[in-house]
Design a protein around this ligand. Structure first.
Ligand SMILES: [Zn+2]
Length: 359
């Protein structure tokens, strides 16, 4: 019997608590219709959702009595075969992701910020009402579920409460509190934890990444192995180092030795080009904004670190103002504010906080 190259719950890296919760619920036949996988991006939520979905759809899973063993899909039925293909090709396995917005937006003007009601209706609510093609149920995974508009979330409530037929709906999010309370109360929350930096570093070394790169990526990846790998692959460590340098210069009361709005723009374009090479369908504007968000998060890291040890109240206030300004710039980008305007505002705030003489 040929074993397929699919990920199972036994393969998920360093998320024992989440996997244990899921295995227990599955073993006792109490897997709810609706699940929320919460935690930072790149720590295994999507891989776990794919593994659980494959198990859910397999008509002949192995269900060991021994609690230390994982329930596993059979690995050779039609359903398992379709789930194992690289882009899951199973007709009853639906993944709702942000890029579908462009597909459903007939004007073509969508910036792809929010999952609107028509996307959720066409990709989830309507298909959920039909009989499954292979007959063993349906799986829906909503990526970045917090980007669903309130109208989309409200439209989803009925299907979550009482799905027609055997269904599993998994919402992935790094911001569970952005989901409506009515959605949260209808789902079981499965928290995924950020990984310790040492765990990420060891895993990178196991994948033959250069030791000094591995150490640096692990330190700044905010507990996400996926992020660390992405940074190494997209060569993001150099700009990450520069962002930190700029902030360190501000913290030392000096003006950074670069035109910051220009630097951010160039670094983001470089990242966007890399993303476009990887995914021809990606939107350049979207990738640029994604990169800017990433660099803003990076800029906040040294400020947060300083916040933990700072005791001078005036200095604390300045650090908080600077962190707020970075968060506000990220919000402005989400709201499609002109990029250079958003960054001019940011730079003037940072200058006012750290270089009072020039402000
Ligand atoms: Zn199977």
């Amino acid at each position: 019997m040929k074993t397929l190259a699919m990920k199972t719950l036994a393969d998920i890296f360093a998320q024992d608590q989440a996997i244990d919760l899921l295995c227990r619920a599955h073993r006792s036949n109490r897997l709810p219709h609706g699940l929320i996988f919460s935690g930072p991006i790149g720590i295994g939520k999507a891989t776990t959702a794919a593994a659980l979905g494959t198990l859910f759809l397999c008509p002949n899973p192995t269900l060991p009595q021994d609690e230390r063993k994982f329930p596993l899909p059979c690995g050779h039925c039609d359903s398992c075969r379709l789930c194992a293909s690289e882009k899951i090709a199973h007709p009853d396995f639906h993944i709702i992701y942000k890029e579908l917005i462009r597909y459903h937006d007939k004007t073509g003007k969508s910036k792809g910020i929010n999952l609107a009601i028509d996307v959720v209706r066409a990709e989830l609510i309507e298909p959920a009402a039909h009989k499954p093609t292979l007959g063993h149920g349906k799986v829906f995974i909503i990526e970045q579920a917090d980007t669903m508009t309130p109208a989309a979330q409200n439209a989803l409530l009925k299907t979550l409460e009482e799905p027609p037929g055997r269904s599993l709906i998994i919402l992935l999010t790094d911001q569970p509190t952005s989901l409506l309370p009515t959605i949260r109360s209808r789902c079981q929350l499965i928290p995924f934890s950020p990984l310790p930096a040492e765990t990420i570093q060891q895993e990178l070394l196991r994948r033959h990444i250069d030791p000094s790169l591995a150490a640096e990526a692990a330190q700044w990846a905010e507990g996400s192995l996926g992020t660390a790998l992405q940074w190494i692959e997209a060569d993001l460590l150099t700009p990450a180092r520069q962002v930190r340098q700029f902030i360190d210069q501000y913290l030392a009361g000096r003006s950074p030795d670069a035109d910051l709005p220009g630097w951010f723009k160039k670094a983001a374009e470089h990242y966007a080009e890399h993303q476009l090479k990887r995914d021809k369908l990606a939107s350049k504007d979207q990738a640029t904004r994604e990169a800017l968000n990433l660099y803003l998060r990076l800029a906040a890291q040294p400020l947060r670190q300083q916040l933990r040890t700072e005791s001078n109240p005036a200095r604390l206030e300045r650090l908080c103002q600077a962190i707020d300004a970075l968060a506000r710039t990220a919000d402005d980008l989400d709201a499609n504010v002109n990029i250079s305007l958003a960054f001019q505002y940011l730079v003037s705030t940072l200058q006012r906080q750290f270089l009072p003489s020039t402000g």
